[in-house]
Each structure stands twice: as C-alpha cells, then as structure tokens.
Design a protein around this ligand. Structure first.
Ligand code: NAD
Ligand code: MG
Length: 377
C-alpha cells in the first residue's frame, strides 16, 4: 500500500485527489490546508492521517481543538507544511498547494527521498533547475499532475530512448479567446473567473484568463522534459480534449486524449506505472465530433511572450516572472488593479530587477521577494 501526503488537500486538486483514493491502494499519512479547517477536519476524520497542518496559526489552533479526540497530530506554519511533506512517512507527496509557498516543502520532500506528484507548477517555474537537480541526486521521481505535462509524460513513453523533437502544449484559450488586449483591459473579476472548461482554484483560473498559465506550463515542461523553449509549441485547442502531444524526429506526433477532468492525471501520477480503472467519464470520439486548433495570439496575451523570454533566459527569471505574477494576480483578485495591468506589472518586474544567471535557493527567494515588491509598487 502506497503512503501518500497531500499538501493542499482542501483545494481543487487536493479534493480531487481525495476523491480518487478509493480507486487506488493508498494510505493517507498527511493532509494540509491554509485555513479551510472545516473541510480539513472532515478529511482527517475520514482518512485518519498521522499528521495535518493548517498553515495559518489561528486556524491551526482551532483545528487542534476540533481534532482533540483523534490521534492526528496538528501542526502549523511552514514548518508544519514541511514536516507533512518530509516527516510523515509518505512514499509520495502530492504538491497541490498554490504558489511558490510549495517550493521549500517540495525540496524537503525530495531531500527525504519522497517521490513527488507535482501539481504545484510554481515550484518548477521558480526553481526548476534546483528542483530537477535535487530529484536526480536523490533518485526520486517527479510525476506530473498538470494535465498537459501528464499527457506529455504518457506520450513520451512511446519514445523508447529517442529524444523528443518537439512538445505541443495545448491551451484552452480561457474565457477571453478571440478578444484583443484593449477589449480585455477592464474585464471584471467574475468574467475572468468564468473558465469555459475547467473548474479550478482562483489563482490558476486568472492565470488561464491571462494565458500566463500556459507560459508557466511552458517553463514547467522545459524543466520536466529538458527541452529548449523554442521546441515547445503552444496551440489553442478550445475543446480541451487533446491534453498535449509530442513529436519525434520522423514527424510522428503522439497525443493523449480524454475529457477535461483532473482526476485521471492525478490518479496516474499515483499509480504509475500501473493503470487502474478511473471514475472519470470516458471520451466518446463521435460525440466529441470536432476538435479545433489555432495559433495563439501573442499580441493579445503578452504574458505568453514574457514567459517565453523568462524561459529563454533561465537563471532567476522564472522566480521573477512567477513572484510578480502571484502578486499582480492577488491585486487583481482584490479589485486593486485592472486585468490588463497584470502582465504589465510582470513586465515591469522583469525589466527592473537585475538578471542573475547562476542561482542558489537564496537567490530564488530573493528574486521572488523583489519581484513581488516590484509588482506591488
Ligand atoms: P486551490 O486554490 O483550489 O487550492 C490550493 C490549496 O493550497 C488549498 O488547500 C489551500 O488551503 C492551500 N494553500 C493556499 N495558500 C496557501 C499558503 N499560503 N500556505 C499553505 N497552503 C496554502 O488551488 P488548485 O486549483 O487546487 O491549484 C493547486 C496547484 O495545482 C496550483 O499550483 C495550480 O497551478 C496547480 N494545478 C491546478 C489545476 C486544477 O485543475 N485546479 C490543474 C493543474 C495544475
Ligand atoms: Mg494545465
């Protein structure tokens, strides 16, 4: 039986992970939330983990009272999150927290020899070089949960040692597909949160609307598959049925298809290399009938170019891009800036923060802090 820790178990990916647990042979040893303690209590009573963490201190105190009659240990803060990742006895850690707060616990889990089922893409965007090197050194697997990267991972199994010539990363295009930058500038929070195909946490939903999500995924794919960013093509696919594809030297393109439902990639990351029945509804190709593809509009969605630029430069640029984006998305969600300003603030951070090519973990954390400050200024 596999022992699983779920970081961010109360979020969109976290709850879907809990949902597929009955399909797999697993024991949950740790669960975490930021402050949704009612749901965490419910999960803890059902799954009886060894430890749980509420990152907010007051939430942790309240959770401790709620779980006083159980054997579950209640932790708090970044130390608690890191302990759940590295000291809960897990074989595999699902990183489903949102944002670069996932970086330190992910590194701690890798250091402790745990495999990672990686949903938290911000970790690789900020510190992909450090994370992949640590995983190689420790011999741990980074198994992608992001649907595109899971698709690439599945398609790449056709490689048999041959290099990938190209990755084709599909994108739904989000709620503002077909609009110009001027038309999008003052869209509301509600319009930006209305994703056509996927129901996800607020931050990634805004990232999908700006298409920064696809930019972050480009950087995620670059690190996961050791690909040059220019060999990663982005294509708009409104139906979200083709989850991504790879191309080989001879031009053969292999794609992975399915209905848009994160539970399949989550489950595959946890059962790999085995495949077991999944509760996700099956794709019927005749019902899908028509699949459409378009080139992305780099002018309307400047976030894509910013991410391409950061991917090409590497060094600390991923941390700057991500930190500025997290701060700017937060400002937009709080009603403080216009939608169109998100990418502008990320661009400003990339322009004003001096570039560093070789980075340590401290450099990444410093670049993140500087980027947040620049985006908020
Ligand atoms: P979400 O907002 O629904 O959930 C986030 C989880 O992290 C919650 O459990 C929350 O309590 C916890 N959390 C939030 N802030 C925290 C903090 N400061 N400290 C500790 N814990 C904190 O987000 P989500 O949509 O589930 O996304 C999680 C990650 O998975 C993101 O990195 C996202 O990009 C990635 N992802 C999500 C989807 C999806 O379908 N939702 C798809 C692909 C990738
Ligand atoms: Mg994705």
């Amino acid at each position: 039986m596999k022992k699983i820790a779920i970081l961010g178990s109360t979020g969109s990916i976290g709850t879907q992970t809990v949902d597929i647990l009955p399909s797999i042979d697993a024991e949950v040893v740790a669960l975490t939330t930021n402050r949704r303690i009612d749901l965490l209590e419910q999960q803890a009573r059902a799954l009886r983990p060894k430890m749980v963490c509420a990152c907010e201190e007051q939430a942790a105190r309240d959770l401790k009272v709620k779980l006083a009659d159980t054997d579950t240990k209640v932790l708090s803060g970044m130390d608690g999150l890191t302990a759940c990742a590295a000291e809960s006895g897990a074989d595999i850690v699902v990183t489903a927290v949102v944002g670069m707060v996932g970086l330190l616990p992910t590194l701690a889990a890798i250091d402790a020899g745990k495999d990672i089922a990686l949903a938290n893409k911000e970790t690789l965007v900020c510190a992909g070089g450090l994370v992949m090197r640590a995983a190689r050194d420790k011999g741990v697997k980074i198994l992608p949960v992001d649907s595109e990267h899971s698709a690439i991972f599945q398609c790449a199994q056709a490689a048999h040692g041959n290099p990938l010539a190209k990755i084709i990363l599909t994108a739904s295009g989000g709620p503002f597909f077909g609009k110009t930058a001027a038309e999008m500038r003052h869209v509301t929070r509600e319009q930006a949160l209305a994703h056509p195909n996927w129901s996800m946490g607020a931050k990634i939903t805004i990232d999908s609307a700006t298409m920064m999500n696809k930019g972050l995924e480009l950087i995620e794919a670059m690190w996961l598959y050791d690909m040059a960013p220019e060999d990663i093509e982005i294509v708009i696919h409104r139906e979200s049925i083709v989850h991504s594809a790879v191309e080989f030297a001879d031009g053969a393109m292999i794609a992975q298809l399915g209905l848009p439902d994160m539970r399949l990639p989550i489950q595959y990351a946890l059962t790999y290399p085995a495949r077991v029945p999944c509760k996700v509804p099956r794709l019927n190709l005749a019902e899908a009938a028509k699949l459409t593809f378009y080139a992305p509009d780099y002018e309307a969605f400047p976030a894509l170019n910013l991410a391409r630029q950061a991917a090409a430069q590497k060094g600390d640029r991923g941390a700057v891009l991500n930190g500025a984006n997290e701060a700017a998305v937060g400002l937009f969600l709080d009603g403080k800036i216009a939608f169109g300003e998100i990418a502008e603030r990320v661009a400003r951070a990339l322009d004003t923060i001096p570039y560093r090519r070789e980075v340590t973990l401290d450099d990444v954390l410093a670049a993140d802090a500087a980027a947040r400050a620049a985006a908020r200024a």
